[in-house]
Ligand binder design. Structure first.
Ligand SMILES: NC(=O)c1ccc[n+]([C@@H]2O[C@H](COP(=O)([O-])OP(=O)(O)OC[C@H]3O[C@@H](n4cnc5c(N)ncnc54)[C@H](O)[C@@H]3O)[C@@H](O)[C@H]2O)c1
Length: 367
C-alpha cells in the first residue's frame, strides 16, 4: 500500500478552491467545481474526484477547457432541448443543463435533453441526484470524446470511451435510487488511481497493446496503450454502443472515432430523459409499489461474503457519511500531481499544501 494523505473536509475544500481559482473561474464556478469533485471523493469515486484537476489544468492550458462558460440553447421545442456546453466546466454545464431540463419536465411532464460539447461531466450520478431532488425520474446516456480507452466485445484495441449510464428514481421520504456506472468493467480513472497506488487491477479487466490480458493498469494510463474491457461481455458493450449512439451521435453530433492522445480535454455528450412521475400517473401508487419492491428485494438473505443486499445509491451514501466524518484519503502520487497542476495554473503549491493540513502515512483505502 502506497503512502496516502488523509485530509479533513474543510481544509480539503480550502485547498481545492485555491487550485480552481487558478483557472480564473468566478466564485460560483470555483464552488461548483470544488464541491462536485470533492463529492465524487466523498461518495467513493476517487476516479472522478480532485485527482482530475491536473488533467483539467492541462486541458485548460491547451485551450480545450473554457472556464466561465455557460450552456447555450441550440434548439428549444418545449419538452425537447438541444444544448451546447461550449467546452465549459462540466460541473457548471451539467448543473445548468439539468436545471433547464427540470423546469421543462415540470411544465410538460417530461423533457428530452441533448447536451453536446460539455467538458468532463464528472460523476454522472450528481446529475441524476439533482433531478431526483426535484422529484423527477431521469435516465442519462453519456459518451466520451477523448482518446479511446475501451475495446468492443471481441476487439483487440480501444474504440470508445468508458461511456457511463445513469438512472435516478426519487421516492418521497427515502433516499433516491441512483444507478451510475461506466460501461467499462472499471472507470478509467480507477486504473489511474491503481497505477498511482502501485496496485494491479483484477484479471479480465484489461488488455495490453497487443490485445493480450494484463493486470497492469499502466496500459490505459501511459503509452503504449492497451484497453479496458466492457462489463458483462457483449451486454456492457451493447450499452456502451447505445451511449455512443445516443449521447454521442444523437445528442452532440460527435462520436469517438480517433485514438489521438495528443489532446488533454475530455468532452462528454449526454442524452437525458426526465420524467415527472406525478404527471405520468398516480405518484402515491408508484411510490408505494417501488418501496414494496425495494423492501422485497432487500429482504433477500445475504449470501456468504455479503453483509446485506443493497440498492444502487446506498454504497455512495454510506461512504459519504464515513468520509465526511473521517476525511478523504488521497494517495501521495495523486496529491503530488494536484500540486504540480496547481503550479501550472500559477497557484503556489505551498499555499495549497498549507490549506490542506495533511495527515500523512494513513493507509486508508481509497474505496
Ligand atoms: N464523465 C465521464 O466521462 C465518466 C465516464 C465514466 C464513468 N464516469 C463516472 O465514474 C463513476 C464510477 O463508475 P464505476 O463504473 O466505477 O462505478 P461502480 O462500478 O462503482 O458502480 C457504481 C454503481 O453501482 C452501485 N453499486 C455498487 N455496489 C453495489 C452493491 N453492492 N449493491 C447494489 N448497487 C451497488 C452504486 O450505487 C452505483 O450506482 C460514476 O460516477 C460514473 O458516472 C464518468
Amino acid at each position: 500500500m502506497s503512502l496516502s494523505h488523509t485530509i479533513a473536509l474543510a481544509p480539503l475544500h480550502a485547498a481545492i478552491r485555491r487550485v480552481v481559482r487558478g483557472f480564473g473561474s468566478g466564485p460560483a464556478e470555483v464552488e461548483a467545481v470544488a464541491n462536485n469533485l470533492i463529492e465524487a471523493n466523498l461518495t467513493g469515486h476517487d476516479s472522478h474526484g480532485v485527482g482530475m484537476l491536473p488533467r483539467y489544468a492541462e486541458a485548460y492550458l491547451e485551450g480545450g477547457l473554457k472556464p466561465n462558460t455557460h450552456v447555450t440553447t441550440l434548439l428549444d421545442a418545449g419538452a425537447l432541448l438541444r444544448l451546447d456546453g461550449n467546452a465549459g466546466f462540466g460541473q457548471v454545464i451539467g448543473q445548468e443543463a439539468m436545471a433547464l431540463g427540470i423546469e421543462r419536465a415540470r411544465q410538460h411532464g417530461s423533457c428530452i435533453l441533448a447536451l453536446g460539447n460539455a467538458h468532463h461531466l464528472g460523476r454522472i450520478g450528481a446529475w441524476a441526484e439533482q433531478v431526483a431532488a426535484a422529484g423527477l425520474v431521469s435516465l442519462h446516456f453519456v459518451n466520451v470524446i477523448a482518446r479511446g480507452i475501451v475495446a468492443p466485445f471481441g476487439g483487440a484495441d480501444a474504440r470508445f470511451g468508458t461511456n457511463p449510464f445513469c438512472a435516478g428514481v426519487p421516492i418521497t421520504g427515502r433516499a433516491p435510487v441512483i444507478l451510475d456506472f461506466a460501461t467499462s468493467i472499471i472507470a478509467q480513472g480507477k486504473t489511474r488511481v491503481a497505477m498511482n497506488k502501485g496496485e494491479q487491477v483484477p484479471a479480465d479487466h484489461l488488455i495490453d497493446d497487443q490485445g493480450r490480458p494484463t493486470l497492469e493498469p499502466r496500459y490505459t494510463v501511459v503509452p503504449p496503450f492497451g484497453a479496458l474491457l466492457t462489463f458483462g461481455a457483449h451486454k456492457g458493450y451493447g450499452l456502451a454502443m447505445m451511449a455512443e449512439l445516443l449521447g454521442g451521435a444523437l445528442a452532440s453530433g460527435m462520436t469517438q472515432r480517433d485514438n489521438d492522445s495528443s489532446q488533454r480535454r475530455i468532452l462528454n455528450g449526454m442524452f437525458s430523459v426526465l420524467v415527472d412521475p406525478a404527471r405520468l400517473g398516480d405518484v402515491a401508487a408508484f411510490e408505494q409499489e417501488a418501496l414494496a419492491f425495494i423492501d422485497w428485494v432487500k429482504a433477500s438473505p445475504p449470501r456468504a461474503g455479503f453483509d446485506a443486499v443493497q440498492v444502487a445509491g446506498e454504497p455512495e451514501r454510506a461512504r459519504r457519511a464515513e468520509r465526511s466524518a473521517h476525511g478523504v484519503a488521497i494517495d501521495a502520487t495523486t496529491w503530488r500531481e494536484i500540486l504540480e497542476g496547481a503550479a501550472k495554473l500559477g497557484v503556489d503549491p505551498a499555499a495549497v499544501e498549507a490549506d490542506a493540513v495533511l495527515h500523512s502515512n494513513s493507509p486508508r483505502g481509497s474505496k
